[in-house]
Design a protein around this ligand. Structure first.
Ligand SMILES: [Zn+2]
Length: 107
């Protein structure tokens, strides 16, 4: 299990999960319904992939989706820098889309 994406709302989280499922990636949504404040990443709905090997492809699919239209996928999460390749990753992603290194905890 690997968390790949934090969604601003559970509707979008489920939509992303559906996209991944359609691409043959087993994914699940966790953390929904617990949100008290949108600034608390731990209580926002997040999309997880069952197989860690699918994480990189999953992030690519979400990026393609975000770039394909005017979707409201913006979160208040700050961008972070990958420890593997130094790429700057948008805050809603919890895995590097280049090298699939996980976001460091505490960032
Ligand atoms: Zn990286």
């Amino acid at each position: 299990m690997m968390k790949v994406y934090v969604a601003p709302n559970s509707m979008l989280a489920h939509h992303i999960k559906g996209l991944l499922n359609a691409a043959g990636i087993s994914a699940t949504v966790r953390g929904e319904g617990l949100s008290t404040t949108k600034f608390d990443m731990s209580t926002q709905p997040a999309v997880w992939v069952i197989q860690n090997d699918d994480a990189k492809r999953a992030v690519e699919i979400v990026r393609d989706y975000e770039q394909s239209g005017d979707h409201d996928t913006v979160t208040d999460a700050p961008a972070w820098q990958c420890s593997g390749c130094s790429e700057t990753i948008e805050g809603q992603f919890t895995v590097c889309w280049r090298c699939s290194v996980e976001r460091p905890s505490g960032q």
